[in-house]
Design a protein around this ligand. Structure first.
Ligand code: ZN
Length: 418
């Protein structure tokens, strides 16, 4: 007995719709499904993709715009404004805001997420405790990877190193660094990678988040990643300074990233919002060079980063919206480039997060999205609604839409009043 059959799935690499037979949380077969199943849904040729992967999110400091009056002009100001708001955080408050964002993400079809949870002298381990409890609560709908993240620095904010270690002992899945916000970036990177090695986990850095190539800490990250033998287990977010390097220097650094198998996470809403603030004419876009990174075979993810706080005043937690923005912001408008953008919210972040058995093939985990469209590139072009979301072989979200175009019927279908 199967758990679920999805009939007539439009898979990106198939000419004709196929059935997906699902049991035990996995796709057992792709092709005509004849066995009985507890639930059978005919998706009538709609596009089916693997679940969306949000690779960089801050749940603990999301949805702060109502309580912070000032707006940030720079990343440093955003850190300062958010740091001040953080002093009033409570576990309940963090949990309530994080739940609102998780609900949005799950409804949009996100089935895996890496969240950076701030661990520092201001909040201590409160955020990590709240998030570990949410990880259990949301497990039926989404896999949460929690990064113990040193937003305030490590050396300039003791005892953060001790707190990071404690967070990893409590169950954090990886460790996150922020070398640009510390007194000794080289040592900061060393501490983060040493913790990653000690606990056998991945590392993820916020790095080179500036208009000009004034930090380029990524070079040190590459060097130390190779020295530690941690290739394929390190990711970097932002990396906007890479775009400011001249051609040959940029190409050399991209080749080094590829050699160290470091994944790159572009955060287009934050980067477009905070970069280029000193430009008076021809304001630059401030995105990492997504196309050149992809051409070098580097996994590139698009991620939300922040939802409505001083770093990013907007946000829906729907990864598809990032592809819509990136198509124009990163000049990716052909059919193939739009497919690359969809890979940047599915296959590429799955690789960066080291998710196992990800995809729509037999044997893969049955984490799926059924879209109200037929072609992959339509996700980017038109932001189609989702019809169903499936997590571990169970339908977790079902969307129904009803639009009544009253104008067409000349008012005849207007409900009677009185
Ligand atoms: Zn971030």
């Amino acid at each position: 007995m199967l758990d679920l059959i999805l009939r007539g799935c439009g898979l990106p690499d198939r000419a004709q719709p196929v059935d997906l037979a699902i049991a035990g949380g996995r796709i057992l077969g792709v092709g005509p499904a004849r066995e009985p199943a507890r639930e059978t849904i005919d998706v009538a040729g709609r596009l089916v993709t693997p679940g969306l992967v949000e690779s960089h999110m801050h749940l603990d400091k999301a949805l702060l715009t109502e309580r912070i009056s000032g707006s940030a002009e720079t990343a440093a100001e955003a850190i300062r404004l958010t740091g001040a708001a953080k002093r009033d955080f409570t576990a309940d408050d963090i949990g309530a805001r994080a739940r609102r964002v998780l609900d949005l993400a799950v409804a949009a079809g996100t089935t895996a997420m890496r969240a950076h949870v701030e661990v520092d002298p201001i909040v201590g381990l409160m955020g990590m405790e709240a998030m570990l409890s949410l990880k259990r609560e949301y497990a039926p709908a989404i896999d949460l990877q929690l990064s113990a993240f040193a937003q305030e620095g490590i050396l300039q904010a003791p005892p953060t190193e001790t707190l990071l270690r404690r967070a990893l002992e409590m169950g954090a899945d990886l460790v996150g660094g922020c070398p640009y916000n510390d007194t000794d970036p080289r040592r900061h990177i060393e501490i983060v990678l040493a913790l990653a090695a000690e606990f056998g986990v991945d590392a993820d850095f916020h790095v080179d988040f500036s208009d000009e190539p004034e930090h380029l800490h990524v070079r040190e990250i590459i060097r130390q990643t190779i020295r530690a033998g941690w290739q394929g287990k390190v990711a970097v977010g932002h990396l906007t300074e890479l775009a400011a390097l001249a051609g040959p220097e940029q190409a050399a650094l991209i080749a080094d990233l590829a050699a160290a198998r470091i994944g790159v996470i572009s955060l287009p809403l934050t980067d477009l919002y905070l970069m280029g603030r000193r430009d008076e004419r021809n304001v630059r876009r401030g995105l990492t060079p997504i196309r050149r990174l992809l051409e070098a075979g580097i996994p590139v993810a698009l991620a939300s980063n922040n939802i409505r706080n001083p770093f990013t005043p907007i946000g829906t937690a729907d990864p598809a919206h990032l592809t819509f923005v990136a198509a124009v912001a990163a000049h990716m408008g052909t059919r193939d480039l739009m497919r690359d953008l969809v890979a940047a919210i599915t296959h590429h972040p799955a690789r960066i997060l080291n998710l196992r058995d990800y995809g729509c093939a037999a044997g893969c985990r049955a984490d799926l999205v059924v879209w109200e469209c037929e072609r992959v590139e339509e996700i980017v072009m038109a932001l189609p609604p989702r019809r169903f979301v499936v997590k571990a072989g169970r339908v977790t979200v079902e969307h129904h839409r009803r639009t009544v175009e009253r104008w067409r019927s000349g008012g005849a279908s207007r409900p009677s009043s009185g």
